[in-house]
Design a protein around this ligand. Structure first.
Ligand SMILES: [Zn+2]
Length: 252
């Protein structure tokens, strides 16, 4: 009986050791595959004026005309990351953007708003990524083609849905010829923040920051919060640049 117990115990020990090795190996693999939110700032000359970049994502959904009209009225340049899905269902918004390409740089947010993680079953915030690299390439290149077709300009920057990337996706996006546009200040948390919270986030802006917010949820507080916050930045003397006029550097 004792021997049997010892043998069972030995088996258990072996099983736990094996499990431990497997868990360790999968932890290492998971760390390599981890989807990372990419953070960037503007690379500015030391002597430059106070400079900031506003980026607005149009994931799916509608057109926040109030927000874009505010930018046009105040001559605030912005970089707009749009998906093919958004372009297809917002002709009025597309027309406004096309009429103001002096202010707006239009860049690639993908074909169908798929996060940049590769592998069957992989998700970011519950949203499925691409099952393989071929699907990732299609997400990037078809997003770009849609911008060329609907807006008439060629994008050079890519921002994936959720702004998170695993290593393989990041490398593939660069291989396709796109820079990955990170950010340093999340102004509206996916258009979920209330007006005062958005205003407070913009009060912390420093020269070189890249702001991310959204232009696809007109019922959110984003237009109201950004309007107040951006006017505050103009009063402080900030100059706004588009990403096609800027160089980026990693920020942590
Ligand atoms: Zn998005």
């Amino acid at each position: 009986m004792r021997l049997k117990a010892a043998s069972v115990g030995g088996c258990r020990l072996l099983r736990w050791l094996t499990l431990g090795v497997l868990v360790t190996a999968s932890t290492v693999a998971a760390a390599q595959d981890r989807a990372v939110e990419i953070h960037d700032r503007l690379a500015l000359p030391a002597t430059s004026a106070k400079t900031v970049a506003l980026t607005l994502d149009a994931c799916t959904g509608r057109f926040d005309a109030e927000l874009v009209d505010f930018l046009i009225r105040n001559r605030i340049p912005a970089t707009l990351f749009v998906t093919k899905r958004w372009l297809e269902v917002n002709p009025a918004g597309v027309a406004v953007i096309k009429a103001h390409l002096d202010l707006f740089d239009v860049e690639d947010h993908g074909e169908n708003h798929i996060p940049a993680v590769i592998g069957v079953g992989r998700t970011v915030y519950g949203i499925p990524g691409s099952p393989d690299v071929v699907h990732l390439r299609k997400e990037v290149t078809e997003g770009a083609r849609a911008i060329e077709r609907y807006v008439g300009v060629s994008p050079h920057w890519y921002r994936a849905a959720t702004a998170r990337y695993d290593t393989q996706a990041e490398q593939e996006i660069h291989r396709l010829g796109y820079g990955i546009a990170g950010f340093s200040v999340n102004a509206d948390e996916g258009a979920t923040l209330h007006q005062t919270a958005i205003e407070n986030r913009l009060k912390r802006i420093q020269s070189g920051d890249i702001i991310i917010a959204h232009m696809n949820k007109p019922s959110s507080d984003t237009a109201e919060g950004l309007s107040v916050g951006l006017i505050g930045l103009l009063k402080q003397g900030f100059v706004f640049v588009r990403l096609d006029q800027a160089k980026l550097m990693p920020s942590h």
